[in-house]
Design a binder for this molecule. Structure first.
Ligand code: CP
Ligand code: NVA
Length: 311
């Protein structure tokens, strides 16, 4: 696909869009950008649309600030304030926006919406969260881990909770980085079978259990996320029952090494998937994770737009 400048375009819809080397380089580059409070003019004269169908604090603001730090402009859009809300097709929206701006950062429901925008538009599309994946978040979380343990070779990372978009991106990450991933999910809330199989076929070291204590045993990092994701609000009550026993609390952490660190992409529901004591405790990395969204987003934008410029 050729972009507005007649150049091959690059999308970032999933961590699997990165090779192992590209994924590793993004971590190093984002760490360097953080250390050097990086600014550039790589997006000078460029405008990027942020098209968000779901709520956001971190992703929206960190992308807006990243674009600003790279010298570009952004336009924020939602279906409610555009013709998308009145059923204008995505493929028409993609073609029209491609005539005005140089990139799309999209938060939506189905991954197929992102694929459709990418297929019909001629500009790069970045996944800012879909029902299937949250690749920018997991790359930022990997940066947070990389800051403490640069070598992933011997790491065990645990996932406690829903087999959701975050779990899927962790599964994809396990196909690109050499850590062991151990997920504990309630029965009926397992990650997608195809997503799991593809990662394992690509060499990922992944185990699934229904027992949180098993997953946190010998884990260096313990991850959790909400039990009902955006779009699943009506299931909140039934999910709360199904996820009983999957709270990351002090009791569960007794089964983990003392030095295990805690990750949560936020927003958190204290008292459900994580306790207030754990999220506020000395093992929690959640504020570094949130900050790292900014640095990783800059590295992702640079990776995408430098490639365009280099061609
Ligand atoms: N973690 C994350 O994506 O947060 P927001 O929903 O606030 O963007
Ligand atoms: N799984 C959560 C992540 C929020 C950042 C959701 O999709 O709502």
């Amino acid at each position: 696909m050729f972009g507005v400048e007649g150049l091959m375009k690059k999308d970032f819809l999933s961590i699997l869009d990165l090779s192992r080397d590209q994924a590793q380089n993004l971590l190093k580059r984002a760490a360097w950008m953080k250390e050097n409070d990086f600014r550039s003019n790589i997006l000078e004269g460029k405008t990027i649309v942020l098209l968000f169908e779901k709520a956001s604090t971190r992703t929206k603001v960190s992308f807006e600030v990243s674009i600003n730090h790279l010298g570009g402009h952004h336009v924020f859009m939602t279906p409610a304030d555009s013709q998308l809300g009145r059923s204008e097709p995505l493929k028409d929206t993609a073609r029209v926006l491609s005539r005005y701006v140089q990139g799309l950062v999209v938060r939506t429901y189905g991954q197929k919406n992102l694929e459709e925008l990418a297929r019909h538009g001629t500009i790069p599309v970045i996944n800012a969260l879909s029902d299937e994946y949250h690749p920018c978040q997991v790359m930022s979380d990997l940066l947070t881990i990389h800051e403490l343990t640069p070598d992933f070779e011997m790491l065990k990372i645990a996932w406690i909770g829903d087999g959701n978009n975050m779990a899927h991106s962790w599964i994809n990450a396990a196909a690109r980085f050499p850590f062991k991933l151990h997920l504990a999910v309630p029965r009926g809330f397992e990650p997608g079978r195809d997503i799991l199989k593809r990662a394992v076929d690509l060499g990922a070291d992944i185990k699934i259990t229904h027992e949180p204590r098993e997953a946190v045993h010998e884990a260096h990092y313990i991850n959790t996320d909400v039990w009902a994701s955006m779009g699943q609000e009506e299931e909140q009550k039934t999910r709360s029952q199904a996820f009983a026993g999957f709270c990351v609390d002090e009791e569960l952490l007794k089964e983990a090494p003392e030095e295990a660190r805690i990750l949560h992409c936020l927003p958190a529901h204290r008292g459900q998937e994580i306790t207030d004591a754990v999220i506020e405790g000395s093992s929690s990395l959640v504020w570094d994770q949130a900050e790292n969204r900014l640095h990783m987003q800059k590295a992702i934008l640079e990776w995408i737009f430098k490639q365009v410029q280099a061609q």
